[in-house]
Design a binder for this molecule. Structure first.
Ligand code: ZN
Length: 98
């Protein structure tokens, strides 16, 4: 008898927890962890004289994209930022656009 009671309680708790899928949570959309572009392509060197390469890291307004958009690691995001700023200074990239 006490065993059954315990089981009942357990199943009730489980139902409460398993509201749908176990790892389904609408607050956390399935976001694949992006791997850093520059870590995975070691042969790619950031070049402040190459606007075509740097355009991938700025938006249509000319702003530098945040890490969540570029997917870069801390080290490379810093590199990207510095490189873009350098490129802007020599007028290879715009400070603002549109
Ligand atoms: Zn990296």
């Amino acid at each position: 008898m006490p065993d059954r009671k315990g089981n009942n309680k357990n199943s009730k708790d489980k139902r409460k927890n398993n509201n749908g899928d176990d790892d389904y949570n609408p607050r956390f959309r399935k976001m694949r962890k992006k791997v850093c572009f520059l870590c995975s392509n070691k042969e790619v060197e950031l070049d402040y004289k190459n606007p075509e390469q740097l355009k991938k890291f700025i938006n249509e307004k000319g702003k530098i994209l945040p890490r969540r958009a570029t997917g870069a690691c801390a080290k490379h995001q810093r590199r990207i930022t510095n490189t873009i700023k350098r490129a802007r200074h020599i007028a290879v990239l715009p400070y603002t656009q549109g």
